[in-house]
Design a binder for this molecule. Structure first.
Ligand code: ZN
Length: 254
């Protein structure tokens, strides 16, 4: 008989799965609030309509499901044949009828969830490769999906805010983003501070002598770092002085 519950018993992984499932439900809610005509509307991502985001989230679930299948079978099935293929798929998906787009989102999310649910405990450690060429255990696919659904729900631009995203997701996002800056060395002289928490979080070029410090509450700082806006953050230091107190744009991270 096929099990109807998660095969893994790892509490950390189960918590991560719950967060990804909640994020998917959150994205679904924001998508379902939109009329078919509103799918043509703009988003927080330049050049992308809500159709592009919905297609991207649907194909992303399929791509991640391929990684989970790879972990389950040992047969290499990459996320995408290439980034060109991925981009082409999104542009094509954006032209689908509203009902087809909604089905794409629903079916791909259900499929991915089943792949996760049925992945045997020991297969979660199996290595797979992301589109960026990173070798990661299959368990990483849960975070890869989580960050897509939570953040792109905000990008739909119909009421979701960074403050709606759970704090652990925001913190991990900020670690990913500032980590990408570090790898590219684009964070020179830039420090990011999260205020208003029991534990102060500081990222960026923390050894800089006179850094530009961007600070604010966690949701605002992540919104700024992700390049989605600068409401709620303040900046001080050389880059802020040069911009007459304005908050400098965050370095690119994708
Ligand atoms: Zn994305």
């Amino acid at each position: 008989m096929v099990a109807r519950h998660d095969q893994t018993t790892d509490p950390e992984l189960l918590a991560a799965l719950l967060q990804a499932r909640r994020g998917t439900a959150f994205f679904a809610r924001k998508l379902n609030e939109l009329t078919d005509a509103e799918l043509d509307g703009d988003t927080l991502l330049p050049g992308w309509t809500r159709r592009h985001i919905t297609a991207h989230i649907g194909y992303n679930a399929r791509a991640i499901a391929r990684l989970v299948e790879w972990a389950a079978t040992g047969v290499e099935t990459p996320m995408y044949a290439s980034t060109d293929v991925r981009d082409h798929e999104i542009n094509f998906g954006a032209t689908l009828s509203p009902i087809a787009l909604r089905h794409l989102f629903d079916h791909s999310a259900v499929h991915l969830n089943v792949e996760w649910r049925d992945l045997p405990e020991d297969a979660w450690h199996h290595k797979v490769r992301t589109i960026q060429g990173r070798e990661v255990p299959a368990s990483e696919t849960v975070w890869m999906r989580s960050r897509e659904v939570w953040m792109h729900a905000v990008d739909l631009d119909n009421g979701a805010r960074f403050a709606d995203i759970p704090a652990p997701v925001l913190e991990r996002l900020l670690k990913d983003i500032t980590g990408a800056w570090k790898t590219r060395r684009t964070d020179t002289g830039l420090v990011v501070k999260v205020t208003g928490q029991d534990q102060e979080l500081t990222f960026g070029d923390t050894t800089a002598e006179s850094p530009t410090v961007v600070s604010g509450p966690l949701p605002s700082v992540v919104e700024w770092a992700a390049g989605r806006g600068n409401g709620g953050v303040t900046a001080a230091g050389p880059a802020a002085d040069a911009a007459q107190g304005a908050v400098p744009a965050a370095p690119k991270w994708i």
